[in-house]
Design a protein around this ligand. Structure first.
Ligand code: D5M
Ligand code: FE
Ligand code: ZN
Length: 496
């Protein structure tokens, strides 16, 4: 998808840059996502650069014409190696896992458990919302309250449109259910379109004279309070990856190897970025799995899932041993599909055989050098995109914003995400993370929302036949790199 010259010039001009003729030439044949390239260029050039030269552009692209011999710094299990030397390659600090379902699951999935689960969701989000509502709660409504201003917090149990085009949202709380009307001629109607089933919201408005319906004047989401993120005190970067899909015909081995060469310092990196990487986080879909979608067999070059993990282990062991490697599962992995997903089972960990790796569930909250990172594969992005008008697959970070707004990773129940009714709702976003990392949709999105850095990390799989049929356009082989000291994100391009 090459860009037209005027599009390129305008995009850079809006960011305060001019392009030299040579850079324009380079960009005209560039077929990656230009906004992402621009972001990373803007993040890296010094403030006194106003004219972009080709050198500035190549900052973010690493390619290896010749393949250097691999160094022995990787995670390969050393045979007869010096034990002390191997120990010294261990990462200095392990990531601290703050919150994770692994080994904590209590659920069998019966009806009682669902009741308890939704009660937990309601109560916890109620506590967050209560502080944001100014009016007293509707629980206290008496017969004489018609015409008064009131507030209400509830879980959305029904959304319908009246004959006149107004929207009625049914809110349920512990005491029962109440109808709230959003007038189609008021500006608030727009916001009411974004309400999804099963989320917990607050509304304020005026009660009808017969006290049977609330006319909404305000819609309040749990929301992220303006957040001052923690930053690392020492220099250090984390490479945020996901959706590797080993075993698929479309797994981009060459691109992966280019990233490994860069990570090991075996290709030119004028900025020494690779040396500053301390952590690698993988947010799920390590392998392509088997039987995940119709006709997948034709797309697999490894048709046995255990062999897929064996091969994945080989690729992961190429990551230098000195780095913290954190692995969380996705919907293609061999682990419970219902969310929250526990870490990959021990058997799979043994097959992967990656020394020093830390396995966590999805979601999980980890601390990397003091920065709280919420890692979640992101399957609910599909549900968010189909339920909320205006969201799309090319801007996954916007779906992430909607999750933060709702303080919930998967508000819609009973769509593509299935939820395991744990006795507390692990999908609630609390505490507010400093960094929110997802994957799944195979596109790259970077943004900041109320102080939280959002990263959707793309994929290492080029477009599959299935995705072609579904009209899914992946952006593969782009690795977001976050500076934990500044929380600035750079995207590195390894496609060629
Ligand atoms: O998801 C890769 C991408 O494919 C992501 O954008 C979701 C989309 N996807 C996955 N399965 C389906 C179905 N059944 N319909 C529509 N879109 C889908 P991944 O988890 O890697 O397969
Ligand atoms: Fe995936
Ligand atoms: Zn996925």
């Amino acid at each position: 998808m090459a860009y037209a010259e005027h599009e390129i010039i305008t995009l850079f001009a809006e960011a305060g840059f001019q392009l030299s003729p040579a850079s324009l030439e380079v960009l005209r044949s560039y077929d990656g996502p230009l906004d992402i390239l621009l972001d990373s260029v803007a993040g890296q050039v010094s403030p006194d650069v106003f004219v972009i030269e080709p050198d500035h552009l190549s900052l973010t692209k690493y390619s290896t014409e010749t393949t250097p011999a691999p160094k022995t710094e990787d995670r390969s299990v050393a045979e007869g190696g010096d034990v002390e030397e191997i120990a010294s390659q261990e990462p200095e600090v392990k990531p601290e896992v703050l919150f994770d379902i692994t080994n904590q699951s209590t659920c069998v999935g019966d009806y009682e458990e669902f009741v308890r689960y939704f009660r937990s969701r309601y109560t916890r989000l109620y506590d967050i919302l209560r502080k944001r509502l100014s009016h007293r709660q509707i629980e206290l409504i008496g017969r004489g309250d018609g015409g008064k201003e009131l507030g209400l917090i509830g879980m959305v149990s029904d959304i319908r449109t009246t004959q006149n085009g107004h929207r009625i949202i049914e809110l349920e709380d512990k005491t029962g259910s109440f109808s709230v009307l959003f007038n189609k001629d008021r500006p608030l109607f727009e916001a009411s379109m974004r309400v999804v089933l099963d989320e917990v919201i607050g509304v304020e408005g005026v009660l009808s004279n017969d006290a049977r319906i609330l006319f909404a004047n305000d819609l309040i989401w749990p929301e992220v309070p303006t957040h001052t993120p923690c930053k690392s005190r020492e220099p250090g970067y984390a490479l945020l990856l996901s959706d590797i899909h080993v075993g698929s015909n479309e797994f981009m081995e060459d691109a992966w190897e280019r990233m490994i060469f860069w990570l090991r310092g075996e290709v030119e990196d004028g900025h020494g970025l690779n040396e500053r990487v301390r952590h690698v986080v993988i947010a799920g879909d390590i392998v392509d799995g088997i039987g995940i979608y119709p006709g997948q067999e034709a797309d697999l070059n490894i048709k046995n899932v255990y062999e897929q993990y064996e091969r994945a282990g080989e690729y992961l062991r190429e990551i230098p041993r000195r780095l913290n490697l954190l692995i969380s599962p996705g919907n293609h992995d061999v682990v419970r599909q219902a969310e929250p997903q526990p870490a990959l089972p021990e058997k799979i960990q043994e097959i992967l055989n990656v020394p020093g790796a830390t396995y966590v569930g999805s979601p999980s909250l980890v601390s990397l050098d003091g920065v709280k990172v919420l890692v979640y594969h992101g399957r609910s992005i599909d549900d968010m995109i189909s339920a909320i008008p205006g969201l799309n697959y090319l801007e996954p970070h916007r779906a992430m914003v909607e999750m933060l707004r709702r303080r919930h990773l998967s508000p819609v129940y009973g769509s593509r995400v299935s939820i395991a009714p744990e006795d507390t709702d692990y999908l609630i976003i609390d505490p507010v993370p400093d960094v929110f990392h997802t994957g799944h949709v195979h596109t790259v999105g970077v943004d900041k929302y109320r102080g939280v850095t959002l990263v959707n990390s793309g994929t290492w799989q080029s477009q599959t036949e299935f995705q072609k049929r579904m009209n899914i356009q992946p952006q593969p082989a782009i690795a977001p790199l976050i500076d934990l000291q500044t929380l600035k994100v750079t995207t590195l391009h390894f496609a060629r």
